[in-house]
Design a protein around this ligand. Structure first.
Ligand SMILES: *[C@@H]1O[C@H](CO)[C@@H](O)[C@H](O)[C@H]1NC(C)=O
Ligand SMILES: *[C@@H]1O[C@H](CO)[C@@H](O)[C@H](O)[C@H]1NC(C)=O
Ligand SMILES: *[C@@H]1O[C@H](CO)[C@@H](O)[C@H](O)[C@H]1NC(C)=O
Ligand SMILES: *[C@@H]1O[C@H](CO)[C@@H](O)[C@H](O)[C@H]1NC(C)=O
Ligand SMILES: *[C@@H]1O[C@H](CO)[C@@H](O)[C@H](O)[C@H]1NC(C)=O
Ligand SMILES: *[C@@H]1O[C@H](CO)[C@@H](O)[C@H](O)[C@H]1NC(C)=O
Ligand SMILES: *[C@@H]1O[C@H](CO)[C@@H](O)[C@H](O)[C@H]1NC(C)=O
Ligand SMILES: *[C@@H]1O[C@H](CO)[C@@H](O)[C@H](O)[C@H]1NC(C)=O
Ligand SMILES: *[C@@H]1O[C@H](CO)[C@@H](O)[C@H](O)[C@H]1NC(C)=O
Length: 892
C-alpha cells in the first residue's frame, strides 16, 4: 500500500518535473523580465514609417515576442548565458511608434548593459530619467529625431552614448560621464561654449561626434601628455591620445589647430569642416598615420598645405574645399595609394601640378577647381586607374600633356575657364563613358580632321572658346542632351549636317553670340526644349517648320535680322513658355498669341516693325507675366482688356502708335485694379535688375517679373493719369513720358510705395507736385520735366536726392533744387523750347539711364541694411540646370 503511494508519488513527481521541464526548464529567461518586455511592447504600435531611414532588411523585432518562446530567443534580445538575465536590447529600426512611458516596465531590467533604440518614432517624448535606474548600462543609443532630453547625469557609467538627432538644446555639462569612450551628440542643438576641460581627464573619448550643432562654440584642444607627481611617482595623463574619431562638422569652433595635434596618434577620422578655424595646418599632422578621413572644408585656413602626406598611407578622403590655402600643390599627396577623393577646390593654390607619376591607385574624384594652378595638366590625371570625375576648371592651366593616355572610366571632365589653347586635345580619345565635357572659356580650334567619338556624351559645353566652326566631331555623337557653343566666332550658315542630325535626346541648344548668317534651317531635334539663337546675323522669314519643334519651352531669336511676318503657328505652340523676338526686322501684325494654347508666360517683341493692333487672343494667355511690345509701330488704343490677365507684371508699350486715353472712363479704372499680380507681391520679394547701357540706350537685359513695370512712354496717349494706378502697390517702374497726358499728378500716386522710378516727363501735366509723393521711400529716379507744373517742389525723403533735371522745363516750379525760391514770382519764365525729335530721344535715354544707374547704386546701399534674399532670376530658373557636381560630401 505504502509502496503503491510511494510509486504514485514518484510518478507524480516525475510528471510534475516533466511538466515543468517542458514549459520552463530550458527557458533561460526569467518570467518577470519576459513580462516586462511584453508590457513594454504593448505601448507601441508598429508602423513602418517610424523607421523610414532604415534599410529594407529592417523589420519589427517585437513582432516575434510571445510567451510561448524563451525571451532570450526573441529578436533583439540577448541574455547572459549563465544567469539568464537580459543584458542587451537592440530595438533599432523596429518600426516602433508611440510615447516612451516615464516609468516604462523596461526599467525593471536592471541587468541591461546595452540599449539601442536608434531610428524609431517616439513622438518627441522626453528621455525618462528612470533610465538612471539601469545602473549597469554601458551602451545607450537613442539616436532619433523624435526624442527630447536634458543632459542629466543619469548616464554615469555609460561607455557609449549616442543621442544623434535628439533635441537637447542646452550646453554640454563638463562632467557628463568620465567613463564615456564613444559620444555622439551630433545634431542635438547643443549650444554655448565647449570648454577645453571637456577634452581633459577624467574624460577620455575615443569617438567624439558633435557635428551639426551650429550654436556650439569652442577651440581645438591642446593635447599634452601631462606628467603629474603623486604619492607613488610619475603619472602620465594620456588624455585624448586614444581619440580616434573627432567630428566637429558644422559647429562654431574657432582659433587655430595647435602643433600638439600630432599627439592624436590614434586618430582615424578628423572632420573640422564648416567652422571658423584659422591659421595654418601644423606639419605635425605627418605623424597621424592612421588617418583615413581628413575634412577641413569651409573654414578660413591659410598658408601652404604642408607637404607631409607621405606617411599618411591610410588616407582615403581629403577635402580642404573653400579655405584660403595658397602655395603649391602638395606633391606628397601623389603617394597616397588608398586615396579615393581629393578636394582642394576654392583655395588659392598656384604653380603647376607635378608631372611625376602618381601612386593614386584608388583615386576616383579629383577636384582642384577654383585655384590658380598653371602649366600643363599632367598625364597621370587622366590615367588614374579608377578615375571618374575631374574638376579642373577655373584655373590657369595652359595645356594638356602631349602624350595622354586616358582611362575610359572617366565620366565627368571639367576644363572650363582655363587658358588651354591650340587644337582640341586629340588625345581625349577612348573616353567611352564620358558623359559631361565642359571645355568652355578656353581658346581652342577643332580641326576638321579630328575624329573623336564620345559614345556616351550628354553634356557638351564649348562656349567662349574662340571656335570658328561647328565642331565636326559632333557628327559622331548620338547621345547629346545639352549643347552649348555660344559666344564663339562661328561665321556663316548653320551647316546642313548639323541641323540634320537626328538628336532625339537633345533638349538644350545654345548657339547665341556667334556670327551665324543665312536662314534658319529646319532642325531635326524632336525633343528640343530650349533654343537660344540670340545675337547672330540670321535673316529672312521664319519657315513654318519652326513649329515642328513641338517640345519647345523657350525660343530666343532676339538680336538677329529675321524679317517678314511671324508664322501664326508660333503663337500657339503647346509648350512654348518664353518667346523672345526682340531686335529683329519682323513686320506686319503680331501673330495671334495663344489662339490655340495657353502656355506663354513671356512675350518680348520689342524693337521690330510690327504694325496693327495688339492681338485680342492674348486674353487666352492666362499665365502671361511679361508683355513687351515696345519700339514697334503698333497702332491701337490702350489694351485695357489685358487687365483680365492676373499674372501680368511687366507691360511695356513704349514707342508705338498707341493713342487715346489710358483710361476710358470708369471701365479702365476697373481694369488697372485688375492687374492683380502688380498689386501684391510677397514682402520677401527682392529686387534684382539687370541693366545694360549701350551708348545712350538702355535695356533690361533680362526682363524680370520681379520688376513690375508699366512703360507706356512715347505714344499718343491722352487724357488724365488714371487714379486707379495707385492700387498697383507692387509697381517698381512707372513710365508714362512723352505722351499727351493732362491734368494733375494724382496725389494718391504716393501710395505706390515700392516704386523705384517714376517718369512723367514730356506731357501736359498741370498743378502742383503732391507732397504725398515723398512717401515713395524707394524712389531713386524721378523725371517730371517738360510739363506745366507749378508751385513748390516737395521736400524731404527721397526728394532731397533729385537734381534740377528732374524738374526742368516746367511753368512755375520753385524751391530746392531749383534756384528759384518760392514766394517770389518770376513771370519771365517760359516753358523750354521743344527739341527736335532725335535730340528728344537722346536726352530722354541719357537721363533715364543715368537715373537708373544712380538708382541701382542706391538700392544696393539700401539692401545692405535690409538684407534681401536675392532672387534667382526668371530665365535661369527656367533653364535646365547644368550638370552639377555630384554630391560628394559625406553625411556626417
Ligand atoms: C509565438 O511566436 C511564434 C513564432 O514567432 C508563432 O509561431 C506562434 O504562433 C506565436 N504564438 C502566439 C500565441 O502568438
Ligand atoms: C510608476 O512608478 C511609481 C513609483 O515610482 C509606481 O507607484 C507606479 O505604479 C508606476 N506606474 C507604472 C505604470 O508602472
Ligand atoms: C605632444 O605633447 C607634448 C607635451 O605637450 C609636446 O611637447 C609635444 O610636442 C607634443 N607632440 C607633438 C607631436 O605635438
Ligand atoms: C605659374 O605660377 C607661378 C606662381 O604663381 C609663376 O611663378 C609661374 O611663372 C607661372 N608659370 C606659368 C607658365 O605661367
Ligand atoms: C585607345 O584604345 C585602344 C584600344 O583599346 C588602344 O590601342 C589605344 O592605345 C588607346 N589610345 C589611347 C590614346 O589611349
Ligand atoms: C586664341 O589663340 C590664337 C592662336 O591660337 C590667337 O591668335 C588669339 O589671339 C587667341 N585669342 C585670345 C582671345 O586669346
Ligand atoms: C570617325 O570614326 C568613326 C568611328 O570610329 C568612323 O565611323 C568614321 O568613319 C570616322 N570618320 C572619319 C572622317 O574618319
Ligand atoms: C529690314 O527689312 C527691310 C525690308 O523689309 C530692309 O530694307 C532693311 O534693310 C532691313 N533691316 C535690317 C537691319 O535688316
Ligand atoms: C492708326 O490706324 C488708323 C486706322 O485704323 C489710322 O486712321 C491712323 O492714321 C493710324 N495712326 C497712325 C499713327 O498710323
Amino acid at each position: 500500500m505504502s509502496l503503491f503511494f510511494f510509486y504514485s508519488f514518484l510518478y507524480f513527481v516525475l510528471l510534475v518535473s516533466l511538466c515543468f521541464s517542458s514549459s520552463f526548464e530550458h527557458h533561460l529567461c526569467s518570467p518577470t523580465e519576459a513580462s516586462a518586455l511584453l508590457q513594454y511592447k504593448q505601448h507601441f504600435e508598429i508602423i513602418s514609417y517610424a523607421s523610414y531611414n532604415c534599410d529594407r532588411a529592417s523589420f519589427p523585432k517585437t513582432k516575434s515576442w510571445n510567451e510561448s518562446r524563451d525571451c532570450c530567443t526573441w529578436d533583439g534580445v540577448t541574455c547572459d548565458m549563465l544567469t539568464g538575465h537580459i543584458i542587451s536590447l537592440d530595438l533599432s529600426c523596429s518600426q516602433l511608434f508611440g510615447n516612451f512611458h516615464p516609468n516604462s516596465s523596461l526599467f525593471q531590467l536592471h541587468h541591461l548593459h546595452t540599449l539601442n533604440f536608434d531610428n524609431n518614432y517616439f513622438n518627441y517624448s522626453s528621455i525618462p530619467h528612470n533610465i538612471g535606474r539601469l545602473t549597469n548600462l554601458r551602451h545607450l543609443n537613442l539616436s532619433d529625431r523624435t526624442f527630447e532630453t536634458m543632459l542629466h547625469n543619469y548616464f554615469t557609467n555609460l561607455e557609449l552614448l549616442s543621442l544623434f538627432n535628439v533635441n537637447i538644446s542646452s550646453p554640454i555639462p563638463v562632467n557628463i560621464s568620465s567613463s564615456l569612450r564613444y559620444l555622439d551628440l551630433g545634431y542635438t542643438n547643443l549650444r554655448g561654449v565647449l570648454t577645453e576641460s571637456f577634452f581633459l581627464p577624467p574624460n577620455s573619448f575615443e569617438t567624439l561626434k558633435l557635428s551639426g550643432n551650429h550654436l556650439l562654440k569652442g577651440v581645438f584642444p591642446k593635447i599634452h601628455r601631462r606628467h603629474t607627481v603623486n604619492g607613488v611617482g610619475y603619472f602620465i595623463h594620456r588624455h585624448l591620445c586614444s581619440l580616434n574619431h573627432l567630428n566637429l562638422y558644422g559647429c562654431q569652433f574657432s582659433g587655430s589647430i595647435p602643433d600638439s595635434i600630432g599627439n592624436l596618434t590614434q586618430i582615424t577620422e578628423l572632420d573640422l569642416s564648416l567652422n571658423h578655424f584659422t591659421g595654418h595646418i601644423p606639419s605635425t599632422i605627418s605623424i597621424l598615420k592612421h588617418l583615413t578621413i581628413f575634412g577641413l572644408t569651409s573654414n578660413s585656413f591659410s598658408g601652404e598645405i604642408p607637404d607631409v602626406f607621405s606617411n599618411l598611407q591610410k588616407l582615403r578622403y581629403i577635402d580642404f574645399f573653400n579655405n584660403s590655402f595658397n602655395g603649391p600643390f602638395p606633391a606628397s599627396i601623389l603617394s597616397l595609394t588608398h586615396l579615393e577623393y581629393l578636394g582642394l577646390s576654392s583655395n588659392s593654390l598656384s604653380g603647376p601640378l607635378l608631372s611625376k607619376a602618381s601612386m593614386l591607385q584608388k583615386l576616383s574624384e579629383l577636384d582642384l577647381s577654383d585655384n590658380s594652378l598653371n602649366g600643363t595638366i599632367p598625364s597621370w590625371v587622366f590615367n588614374l586607374p579608377l578615375v571618374d570625375s575631374l574638376w579642373l576648371h577655373n584655373n590657369q592651366f595652359s595645356g594638356l600633356a602631349d602624350e595622354i593616355k586616358t582611362n575610359p572610366t572617366l565620366q565627368l571632365l571639367y576644363l572650363n575657364n582655363n587658358q588651354l589653347s591650340g587644337s582640341f586635345p586629340q588625345s581625349l580619345v577612348n573616353l567611352t563613358n564620358l558623359s559631361t565635357l565642359d571645355h568652355s572659356s578656353n581658346n581652342i580650334t577643332i580641326d576638321e580632321g579630328i575624329n573623336i567619338t564620345f559614345p556616351s556624351l550628354e553634356f557638351l559645353l564649348l562656349s567662349s572658346c574662340e571656335l570658328k566652326d561647328f565642331p565636326h566631331f559632333l557628327r559622331n555623337v548620338k547621345t547629346i542632351q545639352y549643347l552649348d557653343i555660344s559666344n564663339n566666332k562661328i561665321c556663316g550658315q548653320i551647316p546642313n549636317w548639323f541641323s540634320g542630325m537626328r538628336w532625339d535626346s537633345l533638349q538644350f541648344l545654345n548657339l547665341s553670340h556667334n556670327s551665324l548668317t543665312g536662314h534658319l534651317p529646319q532642325f531635326r531635334y524632336d525633343n528640343l526644349q530650349y533654343l537660344y539663337l540670340k545675337f547672330n546675323s540670321l535673316q529672312g522669314p521664319l519657315a513654318l517648320s519652326i513649329c515642328n519643334m513641338s517640345s519647345l519651352i523657350l525660343l530666343d531669336l532676339s538680336h538677329n535680322y529675321f524679317s517678314d511676318s511671324v508664322p501664326h503657328c508660333l503663337g500657339s505652340m503647346a509648350s512654348l513658355t518664353v518667346l523672345d523676338l526682340r531686335r529683329n526686322n519682323f513686320t506686319r501684325s503680331l501673330p495671334p498669341f495663344c489662339a490655340q494654347s495657353t502656355s506663354l508666360s513671356t512675350i518680348v517683341v520689342n524693337g521690330n516693325r510690327f504694325e496693327g493692333p495688339v492681338p485680342v487672343s492674348l486674353l487666352n494667355c492666362n499665365g502671361l507675366e511679361v508683355l513687351d511690345v515696345g519700339n514697334n509701330a503698333i497702332n491701337d488704343t490702350f489694351p485695357a482688356w489685358l487687365g483680365i490677365l492676373q499674372e501680368l507684371q511687366v507691360l511695356i508699350l513704349k514707342s508705338n502708335k498707341f493713342h487715346g486715353p489710358i483710361s476710358t472712363g470708369s471701365l479702365a479704372a476697373k481694369v488697372f485694379g485688375n492687374f492683380k499680380a502688380m498689386i501684391k507681391l510677397d514682402d520677401e520679394d527682392t529686387r534684382e535688375i539687370n541693366l545694360v547701357i549701350k551708348g545712350h540706350d538702355i535695356e533690361l537685359e533680362r526682363i524680370s517679373t520681379i520688376m513690375t513695370t508699366i512703360d507706356l512712354s512715347s505714344n499718343h496717349f491722352e487724357g488724365v493719369i488714371p487714379r486707379t494706378l495707385m492700387d498697383l502697390s507692387s509697381l517698381w517702374l512707372l513710365i508714362l513720358s512723352h505722351n499727351n497726358l493732362r491734368g494733375d499728378i494724382p496725389m494718391k500716386l504716393g501710395k505706390l510705395n515700392m516704386l523705384e522710378a517714376l517718369d512723367l516727363s514730356w506731357n501736359r501735366l498741370t498743378g502742383k507736385i503732391p507732397q504725398e509723393l515723398t512717401r515713395m521711400n524707394f524712389l531713386a529716379f524721378l523725371n517730371l520735366s517738360q510739363n506745366h507744373l507749378v508751385g513748390p517742389i516737395p521736400q524731404g525723403q527721397q526728394f532731397d536726392t533729385f537734381e534740377n533735371d528732374s524738374y526742368g522745363g516746367n511753368l512755375d516750379l520753385c524751391g530746392l533744387p531749383l534756384p528759384k525760391q518760392c514766394g517770389t514770382s518770376d513771370s519771365s519764365h517760359a516753358p523750354q523750347q521743344l527739341e527736335s525729335e532725335e535730340d528728344e530721344g537722346e536726352s530722354y535715354f541719357f537721363s533715364y539711364s543715368f537715373g537708373l544707374v544712380v538708382g541701382t547704386v542706391m538700392w544696393s546701399l539700401m539692401f545692405k541694411y535690409r538684407k534681401p534674399k536675392w532672387f534667382v532670376d526668371y530665365f535661369d530658373g527656367l533653364m535646365p540646370h547644368r550638370p552639377k557636381k555630384r554630391a560628394q560630401r559625406r553625411r556626417t
